[in-house]
Design a binder for this molecule. Structure first.
Ligand SMILES: NC(=O)c1ccc[n+]([C@@H]2O[C@H](COP(=O)([O-])OP(=O)(O)OC[C@H]3O[C@@H](n4cnc5c(N)ncnc54)[C@H](OP(=O)(O)O)[C@@H]3O)[C@@H](O)[C@H]2O)c1
Length: 290
């Protein structure tokens, strides 16, 4: 299969490109190869190529950056995927568009199902949600895959930052009143391959590992695993913090967005492993060597 992957300089796109390139003809575009702010560049890049599918991972992902740069966020997170969807539809290609758990309203505890209400807060979530609507309005057979709290070897994220801080600072905290599902980019890449090969997989699917935790539980699991891997830590136990106590956030985040993976398991025919197992795999594989 000839598969275009965008965002291959990022955490998910890099893992997807690496996973697919042995078995498929992969065309990998990072920001240097294609700037999604330019509709002309998008038209030029896709225009001259033969392809069967696009996995669109690129996005402007900084929640507070998007709040401060709404035009850029709209161009990259909404207008570009809408244009890519139109191109894929015209060319008869399959599209998987990566979205986010931040589109859910997240007011009730529990696991979010794909049909749950959306109420995106702030520019990042609103531009991502607008893209979902545009993609599925263009072709309901396209797939919107909602990701959450991605970790992996290609770009440091929350759990890496906590481990780094805990190596220097004996007093580290993390938010204990917001819940989601940590998700391993390596697992997501394998699941995306199954989804791209499944032409009947349309609509919305939650793309994560299984289970739920607070940011603090996620960080604490990371510290416990790093300690077990022999990394010297000055802080071994995180102090709980509340979202409301952190003045740094420019925009609110949804509270309960851990995701139900029943549809993901059914579409891919795979068991979705728990986030704890995936995190142990990541830290065991990559941290011993750092
Ligand atoms: N990370 C998470 O926890 C998380 C959670 C939920 C959903 N998601 C979604 O998952 C997808 C992948 O996220 P990720 O974690 O891989 O994020 P990431 O590491 O920030 O990767 C996104 C990539 O998009 C690129 N990009 C930004 N602006 C661009 C532009 N104008 N033109 C072309 N490329 C541009 C970035 O380029 P640079 O390398 O130059 O920055 C980056 O390589 C995104 O759709 C995101 O919304 C992520």
């Amino acid at each position: 299969m000839r598969i275009i992957i965008t965002g291959t300089g990022g955490r998910l796109g890099a893992a997807v490109a690496r996973h697919l390139r042995d078995r498929h003809r992969v065309i990998a575009w990072d920001r240097k190869a294609l700037d999604l702010r330019s509709p002309e560049q998008i038209a030029d890049h896709f225009g001259g190529l033969e392809f069967d599918a696009v996995i669109h991972c690129a996005a402007l992902t900084g929640v507070d950056y998007c709040e401060q740069h709404p035009e850029e966020a709209h161009a990259v997170n909404t207008a570009a995927p809408a244009q890519i969807a139109r191109i894929c539809h015209q060319r008869g290609a399959r599209l998987i568009h990566i979205s986010t758990d931040y589109v859910y309203d997240g007011r009730a505890p529990g696991l979010r199902e794909e049909s749950d209400a959306c109420a995106p807060l702030g520019v990042y979530a609103q531009t991502k949600h607008a893209a979902e609507l545009a993609v599925l309005a263009t072709d309901p057979a396209f797939l919107v895959a909602r990701a959450s709290w991605i970790f992996g070897p290609d770009r440091a994220g929350f759990v890496d930052a906590i481990i780094q801080r805990a190596q220097k600072d004996p007093d580290c905290g993390a938010i204990a009143d917001k819940w989601s599902t940590p998700s391993y980019s390596v697992d997501q890449a394998a699941l995306l391959e199954a989804l791209v090969l499944h032409p009947g997989a349309g609509g919305v699917v939650n793309l994560g590992n299984a289970g739920a935790c607070s940011w603090m539980e996620y960080g604490q699991a990371g510290l416990d695993l790093a300690h077990a891997a022999g990394i010297p830590l000055k802080c071994r136990v995180l102090t709980p913090q509340k979202c409301a106590d952190l003045p740094g956030f420019l925009v609110g985040r949804p509270v309960h967005t851990a995701m139900d993976t029943t549809r993901l398991a059914s579409l891919t025919g795979r068991d979705i492993r728990p986030w704890q197992e995936a995190l142990a795999d990541y830290i065991g594989t990559y941290y011993g060597r750092r």
